[in-house]
Design a protein around this ligand. Structure first.
Ligand code: A5A
Ligand code: ZN
Length: 478
């Protein structure tokens, strides 16, 4: 038997690393720092997530494309603030065989500078707009902060980035709203709670007008930026000369947006829903939703197996992804452990006594609640349990996060809370950069101004005491 995992709530880092390996998700021992191997089961989970992303983008009028991984150095350098921030994170291709390249290539750290020279060729008139494209692939960042599997990698293998071009800034603004909606739907489908904040100016995406971020609270009380949406205005279209001919015959630069989600979207759900027994997958994203475990018995074994197969067939006819674990070398206990670790939402046990009673035992992965169900009713019963489980997982995750949001009026209080339990602290802010950095003195990052809170409350800046212009969120961030 494999040794137990670390405790998720008290030793999250260790738990996460172990669960990835033990559950067959990702092997991080690849001999290049920041690179890992998606294992077969991890790849299945990844595929569920990328399929969801594809679906959400396709349905909202985005088209999938694939650009080359290399970008020429002159193109990478075109937008000054973009290259200024990415300069230290770029992997360079300097040679072709033995010959030094005349023009160096960068492995894309993100794809603006790969895509936009092509957008220039594709856009002529108003009729070519809007452009809404996305791709899913690898980007490379020579991260200098501590790397961690999935959470901070140097080859980001599951980088979904969307890029759009519009005639006007208003349309780009509308696109930002649409993207926020798409990301909400994404995290809602994952059952992962989030905060949406407008990043302060000093933390926006290099080359953008402003950035909006989705932050997820991790079990250790730190937040992880798990998706970002940027309004690029005309910053890139000016330097890449992307124009369209407006109805008055004038050539105008397009307005652009881009937004990205990476494997952090996978890491977030593994972390938020997991427990000391391993992963707990939300049913709609579980590669296997139901596992049937025949409980061996010498006399009735053939019929137990036959019933298991019939049940599996019925459930898969009803649209479930089902497996029967017929391995003879493992005890039922070892099989329970195996599938619990992998987070399969529903386990069905069928033993000799169940056969006699024409029933099966259905067990929920999140609560381990057991229910004896009549064989004929299984499709209906499983449907109900799966629905209840999905709702419960979402509710539990949201109330856990909400219980860790604290509103305070002084920096001392903020500091005390963050040091003790992490979580998210909301304070008032006058909006100046000086005070923003002042607030960050509590050893936290300013996540930004909430854009998911409607209420307008009056208050005083927790740094200077002057009248505040908004609330702002602080957290210890990954
Ligand atoms: N072109 C835009 C979309 C862009 O690159 N935005 S971004 O830099 O903010 O990255 C998008 C998302 O990718 C981030 O919000 C973060 O969730 C994820 N990400 C960035 N660097 C990462 C890394 N080293 N490992 C894993 N995920 C990363
Ligand atoms: Zn202030």
């Amino acid at each position: 038997m494999t040794p137990p995992l670390a405790k998720r709530n008290t030793n999250f880092g260790e738990w996460f690393r172990k669960v990835l390996v033990e559950a067959g998700i990702l092997d991080y021992r690849y001999p290049i720092k920041g690179c890992g191997v998606w294992l077969p089961y991890g790849f299945q989970i990844r595929r569920m997530v990328t399929n969801l992303l594809r679906d959400l983008h396709d349905k909202s009028g985005h088209e999938e494309v694939l650009f080359p991984i290399m970008v020429t150095e002159p193109n990478l350098r075109k937008e000054a603030s973009h290259i200024k921030d990415f300069e230290n994170e770029v992997f360079w291709v300097t040679h072709g065989g033995r010959k030094p390249l005349k023009i160096r290539y960068a492995l894309r750290p993100t794809s603006e500078t790969a895509m936009y020279p092509m957008f220039k060729l594709w856009i002529r008139s108003h009729a070519d707009l809007p452009i809404k494209m996305y791709q899913i692939g690898s980007v490379f960042r020579y991260e200098t902060k501590t790397t961690r599997p999935i959470i901070r990698v140097r080859e980001v293998t599951t980088f979904k980035e969307a890029h759009t071009c519009h005639a006007t800034l208003e349309e780009a603004e509308e696109q930002v709203s649409e993207a926020i909606g798409i990301y909400k739907r994404f995290f809602d489908a994952c059952g992962v709670p989030y905060l949406i904040s407008r990043r302060p100016d000093w933390d926006k995406f290099p080359g953008s007008l402003y950035s909006v971020a989705f932050d997820v609270l991790m079990p250790d009380g730190r937040t992880m930026q798990s998706g970002t949406i940027h309004n690029l205005g005309k910053n890139f279209s000016t330097v890449f000369d992307i124009t369209y001919e407006a109805s008055n015959g004038e050539h105008e630069n397009v307005c652009q947006t881009c937004y990205g989600i990476s494997e952090r979207g996978i890491g977030a759900q593994l972390s938020v829903h997991g427990d000391d027994n391993g992963v707990v997958l939300i049913p709609n994203l579980a590669p296997t939703q139901v596992v049937i475990i025949p409980i061996p018995d010498k006399e009735v074994m053939p019929s137990i197996l036959a019933v298991s197969e019939t049940v599996a067939e019925k459930l898969s006819d009803s649209g479930f992804r089902v497996k029967v674990d017929k391995r003879e070398e493992l005890t039922p206990g070892a099989k329970f452990f195996y599938w619990e670790l992998r987070g399969v939402p529903i386990r069905i046990e069928i033993g000799p006594r169940d056969i006699k009673k024409k029933q099966a035992i259905v067990v929920r992965r999140d609560t381990f609640e057991k229910k004896a169900c009549v064989l004929d009713d299984l499709p209906l019963e499983v449907r109900q349990i799966v629905e209840q489980m999905s709702t419960d997982m979402r509710t539990k995750a949201w109330s856990w996060m909400n219980s860790r949001i604290f509103r305070v009026d002084t920096l001392e209080k903020a500091k005390g809370i963050l040091a003790k339990k992490g979580g998210i602290v909301e304070v008032f802010w006058c909006g100046t950069e000086d005070c923003g950095h002042g607030l960050e003195q509590v050893n936290a990052k300013l996540l930004g101004v909430p854009i998911d809170i409607e209420e307008k409350t009056e208050g005083r800046c927790a740094s200077c005491g002057k009248k505040a212009s908004s609330l702002v969120r602080l957290a210890i961030a990954y």
